[in-house]
Design a binder for this molecule. Sequence first.
Ligand code: AMP
Length: 216
Amino acid sequence: MKLILLGPPGAGKGTQAKLLVQKFAIPQISTGDILRAAVKDGTPMGVKAKSFMDAGGLVPDEVVVGIVKERLQKDDCSNGFILDGFPRTLPQADALQDTLKSLDKNLDAVISLEVDIEALVERLTGRRSCPACGAGFHVKYEPPKQDGICDKCGAALIQRDDDREETIRNRMQVYQDQTLPLVTYYQQAGLLSKVDGMLPIGEVTVLIDALLKGLR
Ligand code: AMP
């Protein structure tokens, strides 16, 4: 199962990817998670990426393409993978095709989560995460029992720098300008399936399951 989850920030790619990871025992490759880890560790790549990320812009193609190329060659990708947040530009999509070709692999499907941008802004500005254990919350849709405190480990919750409203508007614009063309790109390649990403998480999962069953 070699999949891409496509959709704007906050569409639920990460959430669905994690469920698919459990189901198919294949890794989720999230360039956003890898970059955030690099920023946290203060690696040279993280230092370079941070200013782009904080502004809601895209990290240069060569950086993310390098990350994904390296990641796809690891053993745990031999039965498949779920790409979440990559590709985000046409050059990244072309680079992915070249990489997969060199590894003698083909994509099975590209799932586009279709969503309403204004609703997403609300989803994203309300997101909170735990810096200690990684648990995720939402001030309106999945509030912690005690305001601002992680249910799982008791640490103070934080808002990601790139979840501030101004940054989010910028990220949505970047999505529309640079990532949306990939919908047509993968449609033309005969790989695209659209799923209503505004439905509750469980219903989106059911739709994705049905779609993947149809492929197998
Ligand atoms: P995400 O968690 O996927 O929303 O990614 C967070 C941030 O990481 C994005 O706003 C970008 O700055 C950066 N990023 C993640 N994936 C990519 C990518 N494929 N290309 C360029 N920048 C990326």
